[in-house]
Design a protein around this ligand. Sequence first.
Ligand code: SF4
Length: 281
Amino acid sequence: MEIIIGENAGFCYGVKRAVDNAIKEAKTGVTYCLGEIVHNQNVIDNLEKERIIFINDIEEAKGKTIIRAHGVPKEVYEKARKINIPLIDLTCPSVLKIQKIVEEYSKKEFFIIIVGNNNHPEIIGIKSRAGNKYIVIANKEELNGNFEKFQYEKNILLISQTTHSSKKFDEIAKELKSRLNDNTNLEIKKTICPSTEIRQKETEKIAKKVEIMIIIGDKKSSNTNKLYDISCKYCNKVLFIANENELDIKEIESVNIIGIMAGASTPKEDIIKVKNKIEEV
Ligand code: SF4
């Protein structure tokens, strides 16, 4: 049996930076973290063992508080200042860049089309900087369904969540260019993070070659869900598991070639444990 593991599987730069710094902070005293630092229960459990306290509202904090890689709404910074809570801002630099662009274009009165998942924490943070003229869409169909909201706008910015599907963003951009009239000033910023694009391309490549594709990660992780969708397009059998305990060995017993990919919030140890379990078979 051959096992192909994606070279880009596991923690991305932004998640690694957030988790490493959170552990460092925890060693210097009681540390709070606003929301899950990444969408991965194993990572959260390990950080709780390091005595990091997870909270859902900044008002629950009683000391220094970490802002996670996805970023938070603008109001959180103001609230923290008012209640004297020092913030350790571990928002990924790629997310910070989007927040800045959206704020700047909102001040210039642009209508902002954000491509992403409306309820994802990264998008909630970005929306808080977009003023009143914006929509969030996930695909071309949603763009067309909302077209009347912005078709007469003079200035439009199209921007993306860092972990959205590159193909879906390109389809939206193409549709927008073809439907808007020539007088509209359309600015397109494809802010999908390079690590996401590379991972998606590698997933496609592996999924085309293997009999079974295994995606490791938390079901809440946006980027891991995208890897699952991509795999389903190119491979007949795809398993989406959180860790080795969810891997049913019967599913892979008579398979010759297996592919493994993992989301940006999945630690390397989880990938190795799945690989070891397969090798035991
Ligand atoms: S996926 Fe990209 S944007 Fe998101 S945390 Fe990782 S490096 Fe940052």
